[in-house]
Design a protein. Structure first.
Ligand code: GLY
Length: 383
């Protein structure tokens, strides 16, 4: 083993121990509640599971911890979450969103994959049915936000690639191809509109409600409509890898190269992206969560690449991971109760205010942990 690989392996083991120590404390401190979307001065509060798209990242971390340790405490808590997500679905709370995919993949699908729970399976399928309701034949895409079918909200967003695995999974377990067909149609529509000729991406794209013709790309969380929001590009990288896994359509490998190359070519010195790739130096904030997502997306794609290509991207992913582990973790930050410092939820345009700016966020924590677990090559993704 060469020195760099050995250092990375040692650092990963140490980091995993630190992650588990944080989770052990949080299981007690959070009780039956979930962490808030982002931290406040690096401290998460608690919330209930009634709305929002992020609760399942905590559940996902519990499943990762359970897989890593086989400690029943994590299993018990994750199972409680399955019940909570089932109740949320049956009560139809806060599910007017495509993010049903994030919510139910890391809770019920993960539960079914790991324990074979039939309740989890049934709940996951009901969630996929609900997500499918947002698929629009006119335009062939899944509507991201707002009331289903609202002509003013007739748009997709790049993040949705991470919601598609729920649909692919539902087709696998039901043998009904309707979910996968919608997912694949959305995946192609999205890549055609959001990826620009220079390989950067739009965050969101609107369609004409009556004709389905794509009308315009706009940002919601990036610096400007024509800049490249870092986390969006990272969602795209991971999305291309997942779509390739499920469809084996080589176009997703081509798109992966485009998005991943743009991402790594716009990183600052320490390999952790600023919140928008328009910045490569200066005092703007980093989005550590974009780095964590990009690492996982690259790791997902590695088995499908030639040795040369895989080696190149693995180097990029390892550099990002090492940088996160060395300089972005919260373990030595007084009072912090999460994993990864320096994320940005939303800092649109030039404003100095925003939400979750230079804070920890739950998905950053989850994907950071997934990135570490992924170094174990036998790990089977929940996505
Ligand atoms: N999916 C929402 C976000 O990345 O902020």
């Amino acid at each position: 083993m060469n020195e760099a690989i050995e250092m990375l392996a040692d650092q990963r083991l140490k980091t995993m121990d630190q992650i588990l120590a944080v989770l052990n404390r949080n299981i007690v401190d959070f009780g039956s509640k979930f962490p808030t979307v982002v931290s406040d001065h690096n401290v998460y509060g608690t919330r209930i599971n009634e709305d929002g798209w992020t609760q399942s990242f905590y559940t996902g971390m519990l499943w990762l911890a359970y897989e890593t340790t086989k400690d029943e405490r994590y299993l018990k808590k994750a199972k409680e979450h399955t019940e909570s997500f089932r109740n949320r679905l049956l009560d139809n709370k806060g599910l007017e969103t495509h993010d049903i995919g994030f919510l139910y993949t890391l809770s019920c699908v993960a539960d079914y994959r790991l324990t074979g729970s039939q309740v989890a399976k049934e709940t996951g399928i009901l969630a996929a049915d609900k997500l499918l309701e947002r698929y629009k034949e006119v335009g062939e895409f899944i509507q991201a936000w707002g009331a289903n079918g609202d002509p003013n909200g007739y748009r997709l967003i790049i993040d949705c690639y991470m919601n598609l695995p729920l649909l692919y999974w539902a087709s696998q377990v039901t043998s009904d191809n309707k979910y996968a067909e919608a997912a694949t149609k959305h995946a192609h529509t999205a890549r055609k509109v959001v990826i620009r000729p220079d390989n950067s991406t739009y965050h969101t794209y609107y369609f004409d409600y009556e004709t389905g013709v794509p009308t315009k790309g706009v940002t919601a969380q990036g610096y400007s409509d024509d800049s490249c929001w870092s986390r969006g590009q990272a969602w795209g990288i991971y999305g291309m890898a997942l779509c390739y896994r499920y469809t084996k359509d080589p176009v997703f490998i081509e798109e992966f190269h485009r998005l991943a190359d743009y991402f790594v070519n716009h990183l600052p010195e320490d390999s952790v992206a600023y919140w928008d790739l328009i910045f490569q130096e200066g005092d703007e904030e980093r989005d550590s969560s974009a780095a964590a997502i990009a690492i996982c997306g690259i790791e997902e794609m590695l088995p499908y690449l030639s040795d040369d290509q895989a080696g190149k991207y693995k180097d990029y992913a390892d550099k990002m991971l090492m940088s996160l582990m060395k300089s972005y973790t919260a373990f030595d930050t007084q009072g912090a109760n999460g994993l990864l410092l320096h994320g940005v939820y939303s800092k649109p345009g030039n404003e100095k205010s925003g939400y979750g700016v230079d804070e920890m966020n739950l998905w950053g924590d989850y994907y950071f942990m997934e990135a570490i677990v992924r170094q174990n090559k036998t790990w089977n993704p929940y996505w």
